[in-house]
Design a protein around this ligand. Structure first.
Ligand code: GSH
Length: 175
């Protein structure tokens, strides 16, 4: 039975799961959930995810919501196929610590500013809220850009010494 992905195409959390499915070469059936029609708040969908949000997967009867948890589940379950090394083996505690740190940084330092305020106000707003007469919260956008700029300075410090946040050290540039 093919894995079912309940998701919305413009949803960043849904795209996160689609990306992992692609990397791990997992075939899936796409079940669109139309957020504008509030399908994510239907009684049927709330049975799947009581928070009423996409994405959600049903993998041979095993249901899971929260995109990052889904991503890790897919990486572990389909470890033998597709892109390798997405998650270090748990037996390597140092690599696991560094991986968890990178995952935490993505959630708390990047996503918190980039998605909630910048992408939401500057991208999603254009398609949905503006038609409803809701104006962009410019103050929130400016605050998020300032916050994110400072975070990106720290990212730059790390990424000038290694290829990825989770490691793979490389030689510093010689010039
Ligand atoms: N932490 C959740 C966030 C899910 C989320 O925010 N989903 C949004 C779309 S990106 C959604 O369903 N919004 C509609 C709503 O909240 O009613 C995850 O990573 O899966």
């Amino acid at each position: 039975m093919v894995l079912k992905l309940y998701a919305a195409p413009a949803s960043t959390a849904s795209l996160r799961v689609a990306l992992i499915l692609h990397e791990k070469e997992v075939p899936f059936e796409f079940h669109p959930i139309y957020l504008r029609n509030k399908e994510q708040k239907s009684a049927d969908f709330l049975e799947k995810n009581p928070f009423g949000q996409v994405p959600y997967i049903d993998d041979e009867g095993f249901g899971l919501y929260e995109s990052r948890a889904i991503g890790r589940y897919i990486a572990l379950k389909y470890a033998g196929q597709g892109t390798q090394g997405l998650i270090p083996p748990q037996s390597d505690v140092e690599a696991t610590g560094i991986f968890e740190r990178a995952a935490s940084l993505e959630y708390s330092q990047f996503d918190a500013h980039a998605i909630r305020f910048i992408v939401y106000e500057r991208v999603f707003h254009t398609y949905t809220l503006s038609a409803m007469g809701v104006s962009v919260d410019e103050e929130a956008v400016k605050y998020a850009i300032d916050q994110l700029s400072a975070k990106l300075d720290a990212y730059e410090t790390i990424l000038s010494k290694q290829a990825y946040l989770a490691g793979e050290a490389r030689e510093p540039a010689t010039s």
